[in-house]
Design a protein around this ligand. Structure first.
Ligand SMILES: NC(=O)c1ccc[n+]([C@@H]2O[C@H](COP(=O)([O-])OP(=O)(O)OC[C@H]3O[C@@H](n4cnc5c(N)ncnc54)[C@H](O)[C@@H]3O)[C@@H](O)[C@H]2O)c1
Length: 278
């Protein structure tokens, strides 16, 4: 596989869910690499403020990834802003409700699949045709190690991220020969509001900037999957080879039910209230 090199200097990059967390760190990293960045977010005011914080290389815009026409308006605004087509799309927006599967509300399940899965599908359907026509472009889907490794208390989130991993792998193959790449970045736990209040124990927590660096790096490497930290990705891939009784012992030692049992409800409530209002 070979892809035409993408020069980030002056390139146009769109990042979804960019008002805070991993999306904001990613937008900032792209701007620092010389790109122009469109930050889309459900929280328009925060996206505009975040873009102002980055400077003149950034544009903040309203975006609801679950609504294809909103997504199209965001991408149009980005292209009009620069008078140039999109070079890189980062599908980052996501939500993570937690709790026992049997306690979850149907509408929160629906929201999770709408944002985490259909948001990514909409973005690729809208951005890929132009990239294919030009024979040039890169899409990064921010999945999760929860797209490779099931965790108690995150069943529907697991389902959504497994979907993104599969979607990314299949579309990557379909793009063969077009010059366009599709990659997945799989973070472990990251210190953002999304994971706030959950004590994952031995699972390593990284900073949003670590994920941002991996996303920017993928423009050069075009790697199919990049896990952060890398060794957790190796462990997740190898886990399927471990006999189930042994894996249960390892899971218990690692508190694999943290998303149910090791939750600071007061802290977590702030995040859950935010996604409840979406
Ligand atoms: N934080 C972690 O531990 C972690 C781990 C693995 C993967 N991830 C993934 O990384 C991505 C970013 O997560 P984060 O931790 O930065 O979360 P975050 O909650 O800090 O930020 C997510 C942003 O997405 C926005 N958003 C939500 N729904 C949207 C919609 N419908 N349209 C547009 N914007 C929307 C929110 O307003 C918010 O600004 C998500 O896809 C998440 O699943 C996070």
């Amino acid at each position: 596989m070979s892809y035409p090199r993408i020069d980030l200097s002056g390139a146009l990059v769109a990042v979804t869910g960019a008002a805070r967390g991993i999306g904001l760190a990613t937008a900032t990293a792209f701007a620092q690499a010389g790109a122009y960045v469109a930050l889309g977010d459900l929280d328009e005011a925060l996206a505009v403020r975040a873009a102002a914080g980055i400077g003149e290389r950034a544009l903040g815009h309203a975006l609801d990834v679950t609504d294809k026409s909103s997504y199209a308006a965001f991408l149009d605004a980005a292209a009009r802003w620069r008078g140039a087509p999109l070079d890189v799309l980062v599908n980052n927006a996501g939500v993570m409700p937690n709790g026992a599967f049997l306690d979850q509300a149907d509408r929160i399940d629906q929201l999770t699949m709408d944002v985490n899965v259909f948001g990514v599908i909409h973005g690729m359907r809208l951005a890929l045709p132009g990239m294919v026509e030009r024979g040039y472009g890169h899409v990064v889907n921010v999945a999760s190690l929860a797209g490779k490794f099931p965790l108690k208390g995150l069943a529907v989130y697991n389902a959504s991220k497994y979907a993104v991993v599969g979607l990314t792998a299949a579309t990557r193959l379909e793009m063969d020969g077009t010059g366009v790449s599709v990659s997945a970045v799989l973070p472990s736990a990251v210190r953002t509001e999304l994971s706030s209040g959950i004590d994952y124990g031995i699972l390593p927590a990284v900073e949003p900037e670590d994920i941002a660096a991996a996303v920017v790096r993928s423009v050069k490497t075009r790697a199919a999957e990049t896990s952060v930290p890398g060794y957790v990705g190796l462990a997740a891939n190898a886990a399927g080879l471990v006999p189930e009784p042994l894996m249960r012992l390892l899971r218990a030692a690692a508190h694999d039910d943290a998303a149910i049992t090791r939750v600071d409800d007061d802290v977590r409530r702030v995040y859950l209230d935010r996604i409840e209002k979406q």
